[in-house]
Design a protein around this ligand. Structure first.
Ligand SMILES: *[C@@H]1O[C@H](CO)[C@@H](O)[C@H](O)[C@H]1NC(C)=O
Ligand SMILES: *[C@@H]1O[C@H](CO)[C@@H](O)[C@H](O)[C@H]1NC(C)=O
Ligand SMILES: *[C@@H]1O[C@H](CO)[C@@H](O)[C@H](O)[C@H]1NC(C)=O
Ligand SMILES: *[C@@H]1O[C@H](CO)[C@@H](O)[C@H](O)[C@H]1NC(C)=O
Ligand SMILES: *[C@@H]1O[C@H](CO)[C@@H](O)[C@H](O)[C@H]1NC(C)=O
Ligand SMILES: *[C@@H]1O[C@H](CO)[C@@H](O)[C@H](O)[C@H]1NC(C)=O
Length: 240
């Protein structure tokens, strides 16, 4: 009788122990997440300096960070102490794939040392200074103005916006072929001092380029009288 009872107790405690072990094991895998590799930008241009940031949820003083390109370990200046790796994109092979690993020799949490998912940069050419072309047709309603803008270089798609002085007069016009963006509008009269320019930009950050300011070309108009009609200067009587 005594023997039976202690055997039952033994079985019971065994199953409790197993339950505790199971619980421990699931906790371990939860506490061993992969780090995440990121950068302030995923699109880069040749010569750009960028930082890779290896991040984890639970930080500790004793964590070491390791950066790799493919399977090659990249030695850092800080030699593992920093979660930031600075690099310069000088050629296509600097684009990646990168990954990082965290390891903590003291805390058990990151002893499992998992890799982050791969991270690649995308190489883009910056836009070149765009060229603005203005043509004018005199109509009964006023001046029919066509603005055309194209950047000779830069990865597509390129977004173009037209400005009168500093105010945008068009929406962003997205071009995924190397052709001019076009914007038409009618102006009832002209002060003669309007200036237009256009902006070109692609997905590269802080890389917008502007054309020079151009006035409305008066050569497009067929006669001085037409100029007088649209200019509100009132000097026409004197000159004609
Ligand atoms: C990039 O960093 C290098 C040094 O690491 C520096 O010489 C260079 O001027 C930097 N380039 C830019 C565009 O900031
Ligand atoms: C990163 O680039 C490599 C080589 O160009 C490619 O094989 C890999 O699929 C890319 N990985 C991701 C996550 O985009
Ligand atoms: C401007 O547009 C006119 C009319 O389309 C064209 O004849 C001329 O070549 C263009 N000029 C430039 C610099 O693109
Ligand atoms: C356009 O890009 C090519 C090659 O990237 C370069 O050689 C050329 O100077 C660039 N032209 C302009 C106007 O930026
Ligand atoms: C602008 O006007 C020109 C000339 O009338 C026309 O050919 C062109 O299609 C117009 N473009 C847009 C975007 O409306
Ligand atoms: C370009 O313009 C479109 C809308 O026309 C917008 O959705 C997109 O975010 C713009 N891209 C850039 C790089 O500004």
């Amino acid at each position: 009788m005594m023997w039976k009872k202690s055997f039952l107790v033994f079985l019971f405690s065994l199953s409790i122990q197993n339950a505790v072990l199971d619980d421990d094991r699931t906790k371990k895998t939860d506490e061993c997440p992969s780090p995440r590799l990121s950068s302030q930008t995923t699109v880069v241009t040749k010569g750009q300096n960028v930082s890779l940031i290896c991040s984890i949820e639970k930080k500790s003083q004793t964590i070491m960070y390791y950066f790799y390109q493919g399977d090659k370990y990249l030695r850092t200046k800080d030699n593992g102490e920093s979660n930031i790796f600075n690099l310069r994109i000088s050629e296509a092979r600097d684009l990646g794939p990168y990954k990082c690993k965290v390891q903590d020799s003291i805390s058990s949490v990151y002893r499992c040392s998992k890799y982050s998912p791969d991270f690649n940069f995308t190489l883009l050419d910056p836009v070149a200074t765009p060229v603005l072309n203005i043509s004018v047709i005199q109509t009964e309603a006023g001046l029919y103005i066509t603005l055309r803008c194209i950047s000779p270089n830069g990865s597509l798609p390129i977004n173009y916006t037209f400005f009168e002085k500093n105010a945008a007069i068009s929406p962003a016009i997205s071009k995924d072929v190397r052709q001019p963006a076009e914007f038409n509008f009618t102006k009832k009269s002209t002060q003669g001092d309007e200036e237009y320019r256009c902006e070109a930009k692609n997905r590269l950050l802080n890389n917008a380029k502007y054309s020079q300011y151009s006035p409305i070309p008066l050569t497009g108009m067929t006669s001085l009288w037409e100029m007088c009609l649209v200019m509100t200067l009132g000097l026409c009587g004197l000159t004609s």
